[in-house]
Structure formats: structure tokens, C-alpha cells
Design a protein around this ligand. Sequence first.
Ligand SMILES: Nc1ncnc2c1ncn2[C@@H]1O[C@H](COP(=O)(O)OP(=O)(O)OP(=O)(O)O)[C@@H](O)[C@H]1O
Length: 354
Amino acid sequence: MSLIQLKPQTAPAASGKSHLKQATQGHRFDAELVAVTKRYGTGPAAVADISLRIPRGSYCCLLGPSGCGKSTTLRMLAGHEDVSEGAILIHGEEVTHKLPVDRGTSMMFQDYALFPHLSCLDNVAFSLKVRGVATRERRAQARQYLELVQMDHLADRLPNQLSGGQQQRVALARSLITRPKVLLLDEPLSALDPFLRVKMRSELKRIQKELGISFIHVTHSQDEALALSDMIVVMNDAKIMQAAPVREVFETPTNAFVARFLGGQNVLNSNGREVSVRTDRCRLGHATGLRSVEGQIAMIEYQGNIVRITLQTPLGDEMTVLQSDTDYFAQNPQIGDTAMMSWQASDEHILAPT
Ligand SMILES: Nc1ncnc2c1ncn2[C@@H]1O[C@H](COP(=O)(O)OP(=O)(O)OP(=O)(O)O)[C@@H](O)[C@H]1O
């Protein structure tokens, strides 16, 4: 057991919950994967030679289509899965072959897996009980973490007396009470309804910033990754396609896969090169000096303040324009109309071949 995990809590400080913030140390990266490969049996690698460095105090989302290796990567970080080749470091220390409890990581699963016969408080205090922390001390600590997730007022309830969102907050407190150096979250929001999902994701971000530790969060959802991440890791086919700060990934995707997967971009050939152009930088119609393509309007989606218009080009490509609702109602385009879509050459971003 690490000293950090057992370090007693000090009394609550006057300002917020800064007393829960973890001590900083001399490492540059909270987590590192060095040339990591995972093979299950004799099939193709589930994760193929990936390297990744997660800077201190980052909210990092692993994003990619089903089967690309996100959960395998997370499970290897947690120590729930062996690494076939390569190394894993947490806070600069190699943990590749350490047991999950000795790594300084904690995992929060999709199904909250709370003990049904224990109150919220005792669920949160449980791991300290296993570690031999005295009743009074562990309950005091559990209360602090319930306070952090805004569940202290329901401390005595049983899990089946809580909503899904509330259970999830308790599960989060339970993962955090061990004071992990890195919290690993496997699709933590997927069981929640869309309203709660958006609410909980801002809570996750607040808590991560308050504690100052890194959260590594697996998701299928582009919106979730954009809303939460300091750093996005886009995976496909067992490999990392791009790992960079969120704005960099959105504005300068490395290749067509990243541009298409993250959304908000058109991918097209321009002057013999594959380029991306943001959908909000494209417009309907043509003007001198702009690049353009002609197509037939195949879809119009009204989304309130913006309208998404998709053109099908003669080559079968789909190109999307985001228009303000004012421009849309002024132009009043119809499905089946032939229209031009145009953009500035300076808005083209050159993509690397995949
Ligand atoms: N225990 C296992 N035994 C054999 N193959 C596995 C095992 N776990 C995962 N795989 C395979 O490894 C690959 C990556 O799976 P992984 O669960 O990491 O993907 P993922 O990106 O998390 O997918 P999803 O988003 O659907 O959860 C897949 O081809 C999967 O079938």
C-alpha cells in the first residue's frame, strides 16, 4: 500500500475542498504507456505498440469505435489485464507487473457495483476498512468524499434507495477514497439518461480539477470527449491515431479517420491532396475567390440556433454546411435542390494519408 493512499486527511480547509487535493511530486507525466502491445491468444493484437504520455492533472478521454482497444488499454493501466509487450508507468514509476492495488490507480466501472446491504457511507468507507483503518477515521474520510460528490445528505441510505445518478456519485466517492494517483473510468456515463449524463460530466470535470489528479475516461461519445478532455486520444484498429490537446485534435486532425470520427469536419480532395474543412467554415452558395463544390441537398437538420445541411456530390461524397438559422430561413434551401458549397482555401487543413 502506498503512503499516499493511507495519508490521513487533514481537517477541512476553509476554502472549498482543497484539503482533498493530492500532494504533487517530481514527475512530469501521471501515466505513461511505452510501446505497449496486448494480444489475446493468437489473433491480431487488441492494442498494437502504443505509446502515450498523460501530463500531470489531465482529464484524458480515450475515444474510438467499438473494438479499437480502448477498454483493453484502460484495463492494462489498472493491472486487470497483462501487458504482452511494453511498459506502464504511473507517476514516473514502472508498474507493468504490479498488482492493481499497488499501482496507485483506481477503476470506476459502468455498473456501479455498490454493496446492496451497506449504506452509502459504509460503501465509501469499505476499502479503508479492508486496509484496517479505524471506524471513526474511515467514516470521517468517507463523509469528506461524499461531500465532494454532493451526497453527504444521503449518507445513510442504501443503494436501492438512490437514483442511478446518485449511485454513480457514491461509486465515484468509493473509487476516490483510496486517493489514487490516476482514476480510470470505463464508460462511466453510459447508463445515465441524456440529461443526467451532461450534468454528471460537468461534475466529473469539477471533481478532477478539485483533486488535481489525472482521470482517464473511456468513451464512445465525441461530445463527451470534447466537453471533458484536456487531452483526447483517438484510437482505431488497436492503434493511436492522434493524442493531443482537445483543441488541437479538433482543429488539426492528423488524418481523415480522426477528422471524420470527431465530426464537425468535411473531408475532401483539393488540388490532389486530402484535406479537412470545418463544417462551420463552409457556406452555401459561391463567391469569387472561394473553393467550391456542387451537389444536391440530401438532408436538412434543424437544430435550433443552427441548421445542418448535407450535400451529396456527383462523386457520392457527403459534405456538410452549418448555417445559422437566420441565414437558413433567408435562403430557404430545399431537399433535392442543386447547390454550391464553398470555403476559403486558407480553411483547408492538409491530412496525412491513413
Ligand atoms: N478477453 C478477451 N479475449 C479475447 N479478445 C478480447 C478480449 N477482450 C477484448 N478482446 C478483443 O480485443 C479487441 C479490443 O477490445 P476492447 O474491449 O479493448 O475494445 P473497445 O475499444 O473498448 O470496444 P468497446 O467500445 O466496444 O468496449 C476487440 O477485437 C475485442 O474483441
